[in-house]
Design a protein around this ligand. Structure first.
Ligand code: ARG
Length: 638
């Protein structure tokens, strides 16, 4: 069965529409990957002569519903702006005129200012199930959305850079990095599914005076074997130790100064000063200093890669603050000065937005330093040069920075400076995707330090939860691996359940439960669908030939109606850029599937019915799996 068979089957029911006529008249629709596009086109075409408005005008106004009892689509009548008549009356009139024997819809229902449309079960079921099974992992993907020119695919894809995760070497991987990793990877998958060319960048915090200090620590206390074994941990320990020493020293100097002692010698030889000197060597490209720093960086990246792999995440580029060259910063510094964006203030260079931009906006953006008095560049300085460098390198159509809300101002300043530099078109391509805090994140081992700690702790907790059910536990083939996957699913699902901007409380007990809207529940739903298929013993051929007209129960039709929404949900998520759009849909879907099990048994039903129901569950398994993979979860089979 070819993938088009499902959609052709629908089209063959409609004598006025063909593939070509649809794509000609409705260039934004793609029924071959989203059957509901055809449904909307059809509504417009049928209503047009009834209402006396062009179908292309009606089509974009049609919306989906949040619950199936409200229908599959609604037309908000006031949106048509028909003068003189009451929406309620119009709705009733149009509903009455809607043909009784429409091939796709029952007679619409007028509900206040809305006209609600309910898809007929049989045509939807019989076309959608084969389509989903044929498209498989591709169902919900829409390669057309990312085309530069939808009418001319030879123009190629649009390109997006997604920068996410971006931890700091030798410092803890905190909740902000965790959220950036989860949300960023999700967004990258989302755009990939929409046919964009996606570049994933990890912008490491790996530069600055503190890395000079770290090098000093390594020279004093470093342990080669420990560094090789666990660089992230070893560097962090060194970092903590040397920072404590440095702070103690500065406090001591401060105290002596208060007593009136001459501390200039102490200051000149202080760790802080030595760190500055070491970092200066790094920026001056001293080979030895750079070699040590590069080892720290390279070894850390190797470890990070292994951890990201557990989450199915890979990056196309490990960029970082260190990769921004002095030359590149020098170049923009000149540009900024020439354009009058920066000014000197007691040897430092700064941008004063309050002077550059009148009113509230300038006040909000405030003032910010671009070069310190000692000549060193700052976080923002590097971001400016990095952004322009990325544009040069990738020529992106869009770029997303997935960074915590605490850095809202930083990114606003960054984009504004790019704009003031005269690159308004580039600034407009950039977007900050922010997110709220994670509260109360600590583990049994104490406060969280690294991504590995977080994941291990969740896996351990999950393992305990699993052990509580001895019977089931005994049946799990690889309890360690399963606990690991379930643990990861727990954290990720909890993180993506609410709106990005909200804070949430990290709660191991809640997130690892199999009850409620949790990651383990989703995994359970998927394994159950997989096990039905294993136990039913129906061949793929039998599934392909199943008589789907047997799926008449409302439970079956409701599952299909939800399955049909998936391409729309994915497409809508491109607008919201909220993981919860997918998560919410996925829980609705899994709940409807789960409530159908008692009504629609597979094992024990007579062969034809068994095959038909199995085809329904197989399509369900595919969609649940596709949603989970888009979210970054690895669906379990057992
Ligand atoms: N381009 C950027 N500034 N990205 C965000 C980097 C996040 C930074 N490393 C931090 O931990 O706070």
């Amino acid at each position: 069965m070819a993938s088009a068979s499902g959609i052709n089957q629908l089209l063959s029911r409609l004598d006025n529409l063909t593939f070509d006529s649809i794509s000609e008249k409705y260039p934004t629709t793609h029924p071959e990957v989203n059957p509901y596009d055809l449904y909307r086109v059809h509504i417009g075409e049928v209503l047009a002569p009834i209402i006396g408005v062009a179908p292309e005008k009606i089509h974009p106004l049609i919306q989906w519903t949040n619950t199936l009892d409200k229908g599959d689509f609604v037309l908000p009548i006031p949106a048509l702006r028909i003068k003189g008549a009451k929406p309620d009356a119009l709705g009733a009139e149009w509903a009455a005129k809607f043909p009784e024997d429409d091939p796709l819809f029952d007679k619409p229902v007028a509900q206040g200012p809305f006209l609600s449309f309910y898809a007929k079960g049989a045509p939807l079921t019989q076309s959608l199930i084969p389509m989903i099974r044929e498209l498989g992992a591709g169902y919900g993907r829409n390669r057309f959305l990312g085309l530069k020119d939808p009418k001319d695919p030879s123009q190629g894809k649009k390109r997006i850079v997604v920068e996410f995760s971006s931890p700091n070497i030798a410092k803890p991987f905190h909740a902000g990095h965790l959220r950036s990793t989860i949300i960023g990877s999700f967004l990258a998958n989302l755009y990939e599914g929409a046919g964009w060319d996606v570049v994933r960048i990890n912008y490491l915090g790996d530069w600055g005076k503190q890395y000079g200090l770290l090098a000093l620590a390594y020279v004093r206390y470093g342990d080669e074997a420990a560094l090789k074994k666990d660089p992230i941990d070893h560097l962090f320990r060194l970092y903590v130790k040397i920072n404590a020493e440095k702070d103690g020293e500065l406090a001591d100097i401060e105290a002596r100064k208060k007593e009136g002692q001459d501390v200039s010698d102490l200051l000149a030889n202080s760790l802080d000063e030595q760190a500055r000197g070491y970092f200066r060597k790094m920026t001056d490209k001293d080979q030895e200093a750079l070699a040590l720093w590069k080892r720290f960086r390279d070894l850390s990246i190797v470890r990070y890669k292994a951890t990201y792999a557990r989450l199915n995440i890979r990056f196309d580029e490990y960029s970082g603050e260190s990769q921004v060259t002095e030359e590149a910063m020098e170049k923009v510094a000149k540009e900024m000065a020439a354009k009058g964006i920066t000014k000197e203030d007691q040897g430092a260079v700064l941008v004063d937005f309050t002077e550059l931009i009148p009113g509230k906006e300038g006040k909000r953006l405030g003032k910010t330093v671009i070069r310190k008095r000692d000549g060193t560049a700052l976080y923002l300085t590097r971001d400016i040069a990095e952004l322009l460098g990325r544009y040069e390198k990738y020529g992106f159509d869009h770029m997303i920075y997935v960074v915590a809300s605490q850095q809202d101002l930083h990114l606003q300043q960054l984009f504004k400076i790019i704009e003031l530099l005269g690159y308004k078109d580039i600034a407009q391509r950039c977007q900050h995707i922010n997110f709220g805090l994670v509260l109360g994140m600590s583990t049994r081992r104490g406060t969280v330090k690294f991504l590995d700690d977080i994941l291990r702790d969740c896996a351990d907790h999950m393992h305990d939860v699993m052990r509580k059910n001895e019977n089931k536990y005994a049946q799990v083939e690889d309890p360690e691996g399963t606990a690991d996957t379930l643990g990861i699913s727990s954290v990720m699902t909890q993180d993506m359940s609410g709106k990005r901007g909200n804070n949430y409380t990290f709660d191991l007990a809640v997130m690892t439960s199999f009850e409620g809207d949790t990651g383990p529940y989703l995994q359970y739903a998927h394994t159950r669908l997989s096990s039905i298929k294993r136990r039913a013993n129906v061949t793929d051929e039998e599934l392909a030939e199943a008589d789907l007209s047997l799926l008449t129960e409302s439970h079956a039709v409701n599952v299909v109606r939800l399955l049909a929404q998936w391409p729309d949900v994915a497409q809508n998520t491109l607008r919201t850029l909220e993981p919860t759009t997918v998560v919410t849909y996925l829980f609705r879907l899994t709940h409807v599937i789960s409530s159908s099990y008692d009504q629609l048994q597979v094992v024990g039903s007579e062969p034809a019915l068994k095959a038909a129901r199995m085809a329904l569950y197989d399509a369900s398994r595919i969609v649940v799996g596709n949603c989970m993979r888009l979210l970054g979860l690895s669906p379990l089979e057992r």
